[in-house]
Design a binder for this molecule. Structure first.
Ligand SMILES: Nc1ncnc2c1ncn2[C@@H]1O[C@H](COP(=O)(O)OP(=O)(O)OP(=O)(O)O)[C@@H](O)[C@H]1O
Length: 336
């Protein structure tokens, strides 16, 4: 059993005003373990940010409590909290006039004197945080001049410089392209494992979360289910959490899909990868059904010789586009 850094007990999060109380998530008994990357997944508006704000102590719980390193969160002083928990709230980054280095140096604030003077030790840690996040090359550039992906890595470097057991990030991969998203997941996963931290991040990137997270916190029915991605998928919890008419979870590709229902031919595809996979994708998108044996048409893909053929009067094609055109004609003739 991993050492628990954070746990919640019958926590209920939401919003209370004089007029009314609205509970967003309740009955939360969750844990974050040292050395583990946990991803918080859930549909839009399901309560991820509300939960993150509550366990980071910037919003009061409606009921129940959160424990951090064996102490009640509400009883931890602000200074102690800053040494135990680093929070990265993506959408609230105001560029200001800071350089990347200065922003990362702010991570040392919980440890410096009131003058904010950095010791040699502080400087070493800042350099390490810049190095490990790959942000050293733009240490002297202003935050406002960086791309979203670069700025995001600097924010993570600041959190690392804070040297806390726990890092919580609200949607760190929002606005990032796919290679940058993967890089951030890879970085956070390595940090959890190598620096032995507990890391929680909320995300809409289901595929990456399933691929990288040791555990998921899955928002479902106004509460949160906890478990490995595989258990939650196999129990059908992930599908339930994101249930929509016609949406199915493709287990092979580990992603949600809404299959197109179009009229088409029955086709079997044989041959070498990755040609087979990509040919099947194109055929399905065009409305043809992929069959195993006994199909109307058999397509043989041979990517090495670059001559792809399909039986039925021995037609051949050199690109997927050509194949689709030929099948289109064939299907049109069949309909006549
Ligand atoms: N300040 C607020 N006062 C009252 N209700 C709020 C407030 N902020 C958010 N909510 C409501 O709380 C619910 C959860 O919102 P929250 O932002 O936590 O969801 P989320 O899962 O982070 O959403 P998204 O994925 O779209 O960012 C929503 O119904 C939202 O309208």
């Amino acid at each position: 059993m991993k050492e628990q850094i954070l746990s919640t007990r019958q926590l209920c999060v939401g919003y209370a005003s004089k007029a009314k109380t609205s509970k967003v998530l309740e009955n939360l008994n969750l844990t974050l373990g040292r050395g583990e990357l946990t991803c918080l997944l859930g549909p839009n508006g399901s309560g991820k940010s509300t939960l993150i704000r509550t366990i980071a102590n910037i919003q009061k719980p409606l009921e129940g409590e959160t424990w951090l390193n064996g102490a009640r969160l509400l009883e931890v002083s602000a200074k102690q909290l800053a040494r135990q928990l680093a929070l990265v709230l993506t959408d609230r980054v105001s560029p200001g006039n800071l350089t990347s280095y200065a922003l990362v140096a702010l991570g040392r604030f919980p440890y410096t004197s009131w003058m904010g003077n950095l010791t040699e030790g502080d400087k070493k840690i800042i350099r390490w945080a810049l190095e490990v996040t790959g942000t050293l090359p733009f240490a002297d550039r202003h935050i406002g001049e960086l791309s979203d992906g670069e700025r995001q890595k600097v924010m993570i470097a600041r959190a690392l410089a804070q040297q806390t057991d726990l890092i919580i990030l609200d949607e760190p991969t929002a606005h990032l392209d796919s290679p940058n998203r993967i890089e951030i997941f890879h970085l956070l996963k390595s940090l959890a494992r190598e620096a032995n931290k507990a890391i929680l991040l909320s995300t809409h990137d289901i595929e990456s979360a399933i691929g990288y997270a040791d555990r998921l916190w899955l928002v479902h029915s106004h509460s949160v289910e906890e478990g490995t991605p595989e258990d939650l998928v196999l129990k059908g919890k992930l599908e339930k959490a994101f249930a929509r008419e016609g949406l199915v979870f493709n287990h092979e590709l580990a992603r949600f899909e809404k299959p197109l229902v179009l009229p088409g031919l029955e086709v079997e595809v044989e041959g070498a990868q990755p040609g087979v996979t990509w040919t099947k994708r194109a055929l399905q998108r065009a409305g043809h059904q992929i069959a195993e044996g006994e199909a109307q048409i058999v397509i043989r893909v041979n990517k090495h010789k670059e001559t792809w053929t399909w039986t039925l009067d021995a037609k051949s094609f050199k690109t997927v586009e050509e194949l689709l055109k030929q099948l289109d004609n064939l299907y049109g003739n069949e309909m006549d």
